[in-house]
Design a protein around this ligand. Structure first.
Ligand code: GCV
Length: 679
């Protein structure tokens, strides 16, 4: 932990590293084509100095201001006898991209713009931290996704919806907080390529509605300025019913002239006070939040009205597609929550204005450990779309249980939607490669809070780190990202790296094994969403059922069931429709099957449930053994903190195992072939 601060610096600790010949390359730095007074350049420079001082024990110096003639004549290393040359190169490198090359002792960073330079510096610092030589570097890095955003679900009273790492560091007791932590947050986010952040919860209530008023402008503008210095655009979540709550017209009808004119004045005021605001995120007509449906209008009517009014200021509207009926009757087996996103948005594909982005959760349900990929991704072909994932572990262990989510995100990105003949993966769609959109990308619900270690569990920081890295470079593997994170956070010691990477890489499968089986999801304790409660949501209004009886379980979403499978392009639709062809890990998401159904492994469904739950617990025990082996090789406080979480995870895993196994044994009456303890 930084001596003066009450919080850690995570992967930016900059503790001493082996030089690997890197010191020579960063000792002298020259800038060309950049204004060194630009806030991003000042911050990037300060970061480089801090990192190099900490890791290599030397202080980089500004070498000289090179003119473009000097640069040409210095090619080949005649002018600088070692050092880093930073040049602006507007052509041939995409915005926010950079090229890093080393030849004859000169490291050259060609950056497209200030953000490219910032990311280039963080690249250099990462290599130093990983003790990799910068000699012979030759790499072009350009962001795959134009927008790489963090969504904070922070409330103004300081609480965080689905937050598992303390309270908000943006808000407390109705006030906006701006301090050194704001800057450290921006540094951490920028270091992994995040370029947008939504400050407040999508459920905008009470004081949060007032964030777009005089009451909060100064502080919000201050945060926007700090963020901008790290290439991060600030966004706010908007209350769709703000006109009614802030003394405007008694309506939020998007086609009502008074409402339109109220918003027009409001945005003119907001952008005058916070000129660099990126725009707004809106959760409308969802889980009790107001929206255009109240007035018989469409989602497009609502989004377009706001988008037209923020357009003059360069603003965008990010409109969430998490719209479904949360007052469903559990007896009704035809209404399927999984269908809702597609049903609510597909018809208006093409009607959304060009500064609207539809933000789509990775699955059609709600961030389960395993669910199908949302058919809206790639289902929409004429609308800007953005992928939303949840780095906060709401349903995946709440930062108590270890669950490295990057493999899950990779699966979603690699999913072939078949929306176009060649570039058809989710990664293609949300990066803009498929349909040529400029406004698109990835957003993550953040897992940060004001705990000293930011993410509750030290190991959960790998998810924040990983999301940013993946959103910038979707081709990175989960393992590469994990290795980077471990090397930067702990050390490059082989044993530490191998062990922590192994723990991270196995954790998602382990979590899946001891929780709900084969894609069915849920079975969690209602409201808190931690721990098992197999029937917790079975007879509720939320549309989240497993439909188990004494014969079998699973939701029939095929042609003979809810018909959800038809929301996919072929051949996905037919694949999911067929029990034989459906990927086994999603079998119960798509099919209702008897407990005696034979899986490809040669096991019956019920035996698979028993076995995977016993295995899941054994794997947690093994994880603890591995972690214990690291004692003395990593900081003791981190060892202890994570150890304590692992103990809670083991307790949780056992609860899941015993409740799920007993539940299905009691329903089915089929005994475990291995006669293990089931209650
Ligand atoms: C912010 C789930 C969560 C809610 C969350 C909602 C959403 O339902 O449980 O806490 O609300 O998703 O994504 O809007």
């Amino acid at each position: 932990m930084d001596k003066e601060k009450k919080w850690t610096q995570l992967w930016l600790t900059y503790s001493p590293r082996q030089d690997m010949g890197n010191g020579e390359l960063v000792k002298y730095v020259s800038f060309s084509g950049f204004d060194r007074k630009h806030p991003i350049i000042e911050n990037a420079w300060a970061e480089l100095v801090k990192g190099v001082e900490g890791m290599l024990g030397i202080t980089p110096d500004i070498y000289e201001e090179l003119s473009s003639d000097d640069i040409i004549s210095s090619e080949g290393g005649t002018q600088l006898c070692g050092g880093l040359k930073v040049l602006r190169q507007a052509q041939g490198i995409k915005p926010e991209g950079y090229r890093l090359t080393e030849k004859d002792g000169i490291l050259t960073l060609n950056a497209a713009d200030e953000k490219g330079l910032l990311y280039g510096f963080f690249h250099i610092l990462r290599q130093i931290a990983l003790e990799k030589t910068l000699r012979n570097t030759d790499i072009l890095c350009e962001p795959d996704n134009p927008l790489r955003m963090m969504n904070h679900w922070d409330n103004m009273d300081g609480s965080i919806e689905r937050g598992y790492s303390g309270n908000s560091f943006f808000f407390d007791k109705g006030e906006v907080l701006v301090d050194e932590r704001t800057r450290d947050y921006a540094r951490l986010a920028a270091s992994v390529g995040i370029n947008g952040a939504v400050l407040n919860n999508v459920n905008v209530k009470d004081q949060a509605t007032w964030l777009i008023t005089e009451r909060y402008f100064d502080k919000v503008a201050e945060i926007a300025r700090i963020f901008e210095g790290y290439g991060i655009k600030l966004f706010l979540s908007l209350n769709y019913a703000a006109p009614l709550e802030l003394g405007g017209p008694d309506s939020a009808d998007p086609l009502n002239e008074d409402v339109i004119s109220w918003w027009k004045d409001k945005f003119s005021e907001v952008f005058a006070k916070i000129p660099n605001l990126g725009g707004f995120l809106v959760k409308a007509d969802s889980e009790g939040r107001p929206g255009p449906f109240t007035y018989g209008r469409t989602q497009a009517d609502g989004a377009n009205m706001l988008a037209d009014l923020v357009k003059p200021y360069g603003g965008i509207i990010i409109w969430r597609c998490f719209v479904y009926n949360c007052t469903q009757d559990w007896r009704d087996t035809k209404t399927d929550r999984a269908r809702a996103g597609y049903d609510n948005f597909i018809e208006m594909d093409g009607d959304y204005h060009d500064n609207v982005i539809l933000q789509i959760k990775n699955g059609p349900m709600d961030f389960q450990i395993r669910e199908a990929v949302s058919p809206l991704l790639g289902g929409l072909t004429r609308t800007n779309q953005m992928l939303e994932v949840q780095v906060a572990q709401e349903y995946t262990g709440q930062q108590i249980d270890l669950c490295y989510l990057i493999p899950l995100f990779k699966e979603v990105l690699d999913f072939r939607t078949y929306c176009s003949p060649d570039t058809d993966t989710v990664a293609d769609v949300v990066s803009g490669r498929t349909f040529g959109n400029k406004l698109c990308g990835m957003a993550a619900v953040s897992n940060t809070g004001n705990d000293a270690n930011w993410t509750g569990n030290d190991l959960a920081a790998a998810n924040f780190y990983g999301f940013g890295r993946l959103a910038y470079a979707t081709s990175l593997s989960s393992e590469e990202i994990a290795q980077e994170w471990v090397g930067m956070t702990y050390s490059n010691d082989r044993e530490v790296k191998e062990t922590v990477v192994r723990l991270l890489m196995g954790s998602r499968n382990t979590y899946e094994k001891y929780t709900s089986p084969l894609g069915i999801g849920w079975m969690v304790t209602p409201n808190t969403h931690y721990g098992p409660s197999v029937d917790g949501y079975e007879y509720s209004r939320w549309g989240t059922y497993h439909r188990a009886d004494h014969m079998g379980l699973g939701v029939d979403r095929t042609d003979s069931g809810t018909g959800y499978v038809r929301q996919y392009h072929e051949p996905n639709a037919s694949r999911y429709n067929s029990v034989e062809e459906c990927p086994e890990e999603l079998l119960l998401f798509f099919h209702h099957l008897p407990y005696t159904h034979m899986l490809k492994s040669g096991k019956t469904l019920i035996q698979h449930i028993y076995d995977s739950h016993f295995e899941g617990v054994e794997e947690v025990e093994e994880m603890i053994r591995l972690w214990d082996g690291l004692r003395g090789c990593i900081p003791e406080d981190s060892y202890q903190l994570v150890r304590e979480r692992f103990e809670r995870q083991l307790y949780n895993a056992k609860e899941w195992r015993d409740q799920v196994n007993s539940y299905f044994y009691r329903k089915s009456g089929i005994v475990d072939e291995k006669n293990r303890a089931i209650f």
